[in-house]
Design a protein around this ligand. Structure first.
Ligand SMILES: C[S@@+](CC[C@H](N)C(=O)[O-])C[C@H]1O[C@@H](n2cnc3c(N)ncnc32)[C@H](O)[C@@H]1O
Length: 228
């Protein structure tokens, strides 16, 4: 997650490694650059481009078509996922609590010509998530870090076997590793993210890999009968 481009250096990856990897990313469409600029100007937290690319790559290689995103912000990660999912005939549902951010996301989806394929729900995931039914093959968890564990059971209910649950910011600038929060208000989130990681790495129905990309990404796949 980054808020200021120049400060987009995580405590997890050495800056020169991050710059090198970022330099090798394929050129981004103008709309991504525009959104990055808006996020920088308004200090809106969005995923780093390499995490966006990871989301795109996962959706592409998984051939995902039913996506649920929790935490839209202005729709940057949504459009990375859409880049893979929409040409595969898929659709995306995304939840955002903040009305101005949801409105900005709606504007970008329209501008990108994908608004008809993205169901944007403005509201609190703590309520809306629990009203959802159906099945998804890709769930991206990127809101309310302290709530990941609370959302986990519902996400697992919604996730189809073989599908993936991707959780963002799981290392929280390294604080989850050290266990020491920079601010008092981050203390609970750090402890809860530690519990989230301890849980998803141990649950028998999941296979989880933690990637030190961006601010740390946990990718869990729900085992189907074919995987033991
Ligand atoms: C880190 S940002 C999402 C960034 C976005 N996924 C991206 O990378 O482009 C997290 C977003 O979740 C939203 N959020 C926080 N708590 C929420 C909740 N309970 N329900 C829905 N959205 C929530 C915040 O308003 C914020 O815009």
């Amino acid at each position: 997650m980054y808020t200021i481009w120049e400060a987009a250096v995580s405590n997890i990856i050495q800056p020169e490694v991050q710059r090198y990897i970022r330099g090798l990313l394929p050129p981004r469409d103008n709309i991504f650059l525009e959104m990055e600029q808006e996020a920088r100007a308004k200090v809106i937290p969005i995923v780093e481009p390499e995490v966006g690319h990871l989301l795109y790559w996962l959706a592409l290689t998984q051939k995902s078509t039913r996506v649920l995103e929790i935490g839209t912000a202005i729709g940057y990660s949504t459009l990375w996922i859409a880049k893979a999912v929409l040409p595969q005939g898929g659709e995306i549902t995304t939840l955002e609590i903040n009305p101005p951010r949801a409105a900005a996301a709606a504007g970008y989806f329209k501008k990108a010509g994908v608004a008809h394929k993205i169901k944007l729900i403005q509201g609190d995931a703590r309520e809306i998530l629990f009203q959802l039914s159906g099945s998804y093959d890709f769930i991206f968890l990127d809101a309310a870090k302290g709530k990941y564990l609370e959302f986990l059971n519902k996400c697992l209910e919604l996730l189809q076997p073989g599908g993936i649950l991707v959780a963002e910011d799981v290392l929280m600038r390294g604080m989850v590793v050290s266990g020491e929060a920079d601010k008092r208000r981050n203390k609970t989130a750090v402890a809860r993210l530690q519990s989230y990681l301890a849980t998803v790495t141990k649950l028998p129905e999941l296979e989880t890999i933690i990637l030190p990309v961006g601010d740390g990404v946990a990718v869990s796949t729900k085992k189907d009968n074919k995987i033991t």
